[in-house]
Design a protein around this ligand. Structure first.
Ligand code: ZN
Length: 220
């Protein structure tokens, strides 16, 4: 079934499924765990709309590509066109807050990085971006302190908050729009807290905005 954005309260969302703009190393502890330096400016990359999946449905992973990591991230649904937007305009364009898994072919990414080649194949493959339904932004509270958590087979593996981001949400969206126009239906992924690890067939995942949203899913 084709992916379509959903609101968590069942309100229909007629925004089209657009591109996903992602930021690398937006949490210092995660940069450290992969032995990466902390960047002085946001590292951006894009997943196409064909990367999107409904996280609530069990999903499968590419086979024969080595180690695949989960990265749990806050996802922002964009509702207005943003080109070189200031922070207030960027803030006003966020229509929903949800969760995403930035699935990453980590072995392949390491090889591509070694050769100085783009990451695309490791990050932007079909189904590389399972996303949850979105909570309308006005119901979420302060964007500067949203907790997020991932449990795998009952064990908490990632537990962070947007308060730990090197580039906070609104500044990040404004920055992205200096480079890439964001369109209604695009999603922004905001980086992953520490605790990334290997995703395996049969894993049961619980992805949460504690107190607001929780998604149980399974890797086939
Ligand atoms: Zn990521």
């Amino acid at each position: 079934m084709a992916y379509q954005h959903l609101f968590a309260d069942g309100t229909p969302c007629d925004l089209p499924a657009g591109k996903v703009v992602c930021v690398g190393r937006n949490y210092a502890e995660h940069a450290k765990e992969l032995n990466n330096p902390i960047p002085s400016e946001p590292i951006l990359f894009i997943k196409p709309s064909t990367s999107l999946l409904d996280m609530a449905q069990p999903f499968s992973l590419p086979e024969g590509q080595g180690c695949i990591h989960f990265e749990t991230e806050l996802a922002l649904l964009i509702g207005k066109t943003l080109t070189k937007a200031d922070e207030q305009t960027a803030a006003d364009a966020i229509v929903g807050v949800g969760l995403a898994l930035d699935m990453t072919l980590r072995d392949l990414q390491s090889k591509l990085k070694e050769k100085g080649q783009p990451w695309e194949k490791a990050k932007a493959f079909d189904g590389s971006c399972p996303v949850s339904a979105f909570i309308q932004t006005e119901k979420v509270g302060e964007l500067t302190d949203i907790p997020l958590r991932l449990s795998v087979n009952g064990e908490v593996r990632q537990d962070g908050s947007s308060a730990q981001m090197l580039n906070p949400i609104v500044q990040l969206i404004s920055y992205i729009s200096q480079w890439f126009t964001l369109q209604p239906g695009d999603i922004v992924l905001t980086g992953t807290p520490a605790g990334v690890g290997e995703a395996k067939s049969g894993d049961e995942l619980l992805v949460e905005l504690p107190g607001q949203l929780s998604v149980n899913t399974q890797i086939l």
